[in-house]
Ligand binder design. Structure first.
Ligand SMILES: N=CN[C@@H](CCC(=O)O)C(=O)O
Ligand SMILES: [Zn+2]
Length: 387
C-alpha cells in the first residue's frame, strides 16, 4: 500500500489533548503526518517520521483538521441579492424569501443543480472544508425533494431531508405536513441520513413545536436521525424539543432562555452556532459564552444558503465567532472541527489521530491563530494528498 508523509509542518493542530502541548487543540510543532489509504497511520515529530513512498513538504505552514461544515443548504438555484440589500436597509428576515428560491430550484433541472452544488463544494474545499452536510428544502414537492437529495448525495454522505423547511405558498398547512410525514418522507428517507425541521413559534412560514415534533418523530420512525433549526427568529420550543428528542444538533440558537441553556447542558444535543446568519441578517449574535460556560457542546457552521447567509467560508465563521461571540481562537477552531464532527456524530473526522480520516487543511500561515487574525484573507485550503 502506498504511503505519503506530509512533512515540515510548522504547527500541527490535532484536537487530541493526549499529544503535543496537552491543550485541547493538542498542538505539535515541527511535525509530520503519514497517510495510507486515506487514513492517518502515524503522526508525531518530523524527525521521527517513518519512511514513506512519497513526501509532501508544507514548508513550515500550519496544518489543522479539515473544517467540518455541519449545516448547509447547497442545493438551490437563483439569487436573492436584492433581498439581502433590502435587509441591509432595515427589512427584517422572516423566511418569506424561501419561496423565491423554491421557484428557481424547481425550474432548474437536476443537471443544473449538480453543476451549482459542485461549484459550491469546490469553493468550500478551496477554503479548507473537507466535510459538508447538505440539506434539501428548496424543492418542497416529492419529486423536487428527491431530486435535491439525489444531487446532495453525490457530494456528501451527510444528507438531510428538510421537506419541513416552510409550507409552500398556496398549499394548505395540514395537507403539507401530511405530505411531508407521508409520501415525501417515504421517497426521501432512503436518500438521507438526517431529518431537519425549521421550528419557530407562531411563524407563517416555519413549523411550531407540535408540528415539529410530529415531523421529527415520523423521520425517526423512517430511520433518520434528528437535527433542528431552532430559536433563529425568536425564543421558542426548538431547543428544548431537540434536547428532549435527543437530536444530534440544534442549529442557530440565536434567542435562548436560561432554561434552554440548562436543557442543552443536561442533554446530548450539540448547539450549532451560525454567526454568518446574524452577520448577514443584522441579528443579535447567540450568547456563545453562556453556552460554553455552562458546558454545552458547541459547533460552528456556515449555513451556506441564498437567503440568510451566502458564504461558504469556515474561516470567516471562525473569525466572527472570535470577534463577535467572544470565543477564543482555540475554542472557535475546535468548534469548527471537532465540535461540528460531534454534531454529525462522526468519530472519524474533526481531529487528527491514527486511524482517522486524513482530512488535512493547510494554512498559508505559521499558526491557526491567523484564521481569526487575518479575516477575509484566503489562507486555508484542503490539502490534496497524492494517491
Ligand atoms: N431558517 C431556515 N433556513 C435557512 C434560510 C433559508 C433561506 O432564507 O433561504 C437558514 O438556516 O437560515
Ligand atoms: Zn439552515
Amino acid at each position: 500500500m502506498s504511503s505519503v508523509v506530509v512533512d515540515n509542518i510548522g504547527e500541527l493542530v490535532t484536537n487530541d489533548s493526549a499529544v503535543g502541548d496537552g491543550s485541547t487543540l493538542g498542538l505539535l510543532s515541527d511535525a509530520a503526518v503519514v497517510v495510507e489509504a486515506g487514513r492517518i497511520s502515524w503522526l508525531g515529530s518530523a524527525g521521527a517520521a517513518p519512511a514513506a513512498d512519497r513526501r509532501v513538504d508544507v514548508a513550515g505552514r500550519a496544518v489543522v483538521p479539515g473544517f467540518v461544515d455541519s449545516h448547509s443548504h447547497l442545493v438551490f438555484a437563483g439569487d436573492r441579492g436584492a433581498e439581502f440589500a433590502a435587509r441591509m436597509a432595515g427589512i427584517a428576515y422572516d423566511g418569506g424569501g424561501i419561496s423565491t428560491t423554491v421557484a428557481a430550484t424547481r425550474a432548474a433541472g437536476v443537471a443544473e443543480l449538480r453543476t451549482l452544488v459542485a461549484g459550491r463544494v469546490a469553493e468550500m474545499r478551496a477554503q479548507g472544508t473537507t466535510t459538508v452536510e447538505i440539506k434539501s428544502g428548496y424543492g418542497l414537492s416529492v419529486a423536487d425533494e428527491v431530486n435535491s437529495l439525489s444531487v446532495a448525495g453525490e457530494f456528501s454522505a451527510e444528507t438531510t431531508f428538510l421537506g419541513a423547511h416552510v409550507v409552500p405558498a398556496g398549499v394548505d398547512r395540514r395537507h403539507y405536513i401530511d405530505l411531508v410525514v407521508g409520501e415525501m418522507l417515504t421517497a426521501c428517507a432512503p436518500l438521507a441520513r438526517w431529518i431537519d425541521v425549521f421550528c419557530e413559534p407562531a411563524s407563517a412560514h416555519a413549523f411550531d413545536g407540535d408540528e415539529s415534533r410530529e415531523i421529527l418523530l415520523a423521520g425517526r420512525a423512517a430511520g433518520l436521525q434528528l437535527r433542528v433549526h431552532g430559536n433563529q427568529l425568536a425564543a421558542g420550543p426548538g431547543v428544548q424539543l431537540a434536547v428532549e428528542l435527543g437530536a444530534a444538533s440544534v442549529d442557530h440558537c440565536t434567542f435562548l432562555s436560561p432554561a434552554d441553556i440548562d436543557a442543552l447542558a443536561g442533554g446530548q444535543t450539540v448547539a450549532t452556532l451560525l454567526p454568518g446568519v446574524e452577520f448577514a441578517t443584522r441579528s443579535p449574535y447567540p450568547d456563545a459564552r453562556a453556552l460554553l460556560d455552562a458546558g454545552v457542546a458547541v459547533a460552528l457552521a456556515t449555513d451556506c444558503n441564498p437567503g440568510t447567509c451566502y458564504t461558504s467560508s469556515m474561516p470567516l465563521i471562525i473569525a466572527l465567532a472570535v470577534r463577535e461571540m467572544g470565543l477564543t481562537p482555540a475554542e472557535a477552531l475546535w468548534a469548527a472541527t471537532a465540535g461540528s464532527a460531534h454534531s454529525l456524530r462522526r468519530a472519524d473526522i474533526g481531529a487528527l489521530r491514527v486511524g482517522m480520516s486524513a482530512d488535512l487543511t493547510v494554512l498559508e500561515a505559521p499558526s491557526y491563530l491567523h484564521l481569526a487574525y487575518r479575516p477575509g484573507v484566503p489562507i486555508a485550503r484542503a490539502l490534496e494528498i497524492p494517491g
